[in-house]
Design a protein around this ligand. Structure first.
Ligand code: PLP
Length: 354
């Protein structure tokens, strides 16, 4: 299941999960600011390791990618302001904007079957709507398309507009650095792509936004308002930290991940499945239309459930019971042998019912 494989815990994180399971387990030595705690070493993680990893100057912990998106929108805009986002945006981008009261305009995708975003389409929209920020989903969660984030960074800088990169499926899977992309903010999701229990996320930014997004309470001088005074703690935080060395290392093998995803896609295309999104694909998140499986579902007693049952009998889990028209899949956590087994299983199922 594409949402889940990047969040599978490391063994170290599993140990930490038990050790820190109790409520308030990380708070014993907190002096009022969780990101400054030295025992466990949150300070080193949040103030040094994370900014370096994200390629930004300042980072903070959040309860998830959506919380980071909301915090930025809420700090930089007023109700009634405009923002521009890509049409492939996640629903949480829209809900966050609704909570702030923003007018959202979408830079269009190219439609079926590739759903590409051309970032140059942001330019006329910027002229027309005078947005207070722009956002790009990198990659999007539906097709795994990696849009030209660098070019959008140039456009943002030319126009002096803060640029938010939603990397929920990038940060922790693939190399991505905020400053290389010319972005002002970078957002990650711990349970989605950083091998942690969650719900948790990370938010990185340029230093100039610190006083705005991480502004402090007038009454409680070490409490950030946007974080409601304290942020991530307990199991989500400790598993995020415990897995971090592994996550930091695994992004170095991203090229192998891409080769694996492309190989898997080409094998499934030979079976008559149609890959949506960019081809050649550059991310482990893949979306296929499967007309050959849908045709079978029309003729068998189990209808669409036949596929779920057939896969289950082979020890393959993930597709929703009853669905045969299309599915999303991630190749991230499976090795090539396992993916080969999936390909062979589809072959066997197709020939069984042909
Ligand atoms: C899952 C997802 C989110 C939301 O992530 P949370 O960490 O659960 O808030 C945001 N954007 C994209 C592209 C996603 O796939």
């Amino acid at each position: 299941m594409p949402l889940q494989t990047g969040g599978i815990l490391t063994d170290t994180a599993k140990e930490a999960l038990i050790e820190f399971g109790d409520g308030y387990s990380v708070c014993d030595f907190c002096l009022g600011s969780v990101c400054d705690m030295t025992k466990p070493p949150v300070r080193e993680f949040a103030r040094e390791l994370l900014p370096e990893f994200l390629g930004c100057e300042v980072a903070t912990l959040t309860y998830g990618a959506r919380d980071g998106i909301f915090m930025v929108m809420h700090s930089l805009t007023q109700p009634g302001d405009s923002i521009i986002v890509d049409e492939n945006r996640h629903y949480t981008t829209i809900v966050a904007a609704e909570r702030v009261g923003l007018n959202v305009t979408e830079a269009p995708h190219s439609g079926y079957p590739e759903f590409r975003i051309d970032v140059n389409d942001y330019m006329p929209l910027i002229e027309k709507h005078n947005p207070k920020l722009i956002l790009l989903t990198y990659p999007d969660g539906n097709h795994g398309n990696l849009t030209d984030a660098v070019r959008l960074g140039e456009i943002a800088q030319e126009n002096g507009i803060p640029y938010v990169l939603n990397g929920a499926y990038a940060v922790g899977r693939m190399p991505v650095k905020m400053n290389d992309l010319g972005a002002d903010f970078i957002i990650g999701s711990g349970h989605k792509s950083m091998a942690s229990a969650g719900p948790c996320g990370v938010l990185g930014m340029k230093k100039k936004w610190k006083e705005i997004v991480l502004r402090k309470s007038k009454v409680y001088s070490n409490k950030e308002i946007e974080l409601l005074g304290c942020t991530l703690r307990g199991v989500p935080l400790i598993t995020l930290m415990a897995s971090f060395p592994h996550v930091k290392e695994r992004i170095n093998h991203w090229d192998k991940q891409v080769v694996k995803a492309q190989w898997f896609s080409s094998e499934l295309q030979k079976l008559g499945f149609k890959q949506l999104g960019e081809i050649p694909h550059r991310h482990d998140l893949l979306h296929f239309e499967t007309p050959t499986l849908y045709d079978i579902s029309k003729h068998v007693r189990e209808r669409g459930y036949f596929l779920y049952e057939e896969l289950k009998d082979r020890g393959i889990w993930g597709p929703q019971p009853g669905m045969t028209k299309a599915f999303k899949v991630s190749t991230f956590a499976a090795d090539k042998d396992q993916l080969g087994f999936v390909v062979d299983s589809f072959k066997a199922i197709l020939s069984k019912y042909s």
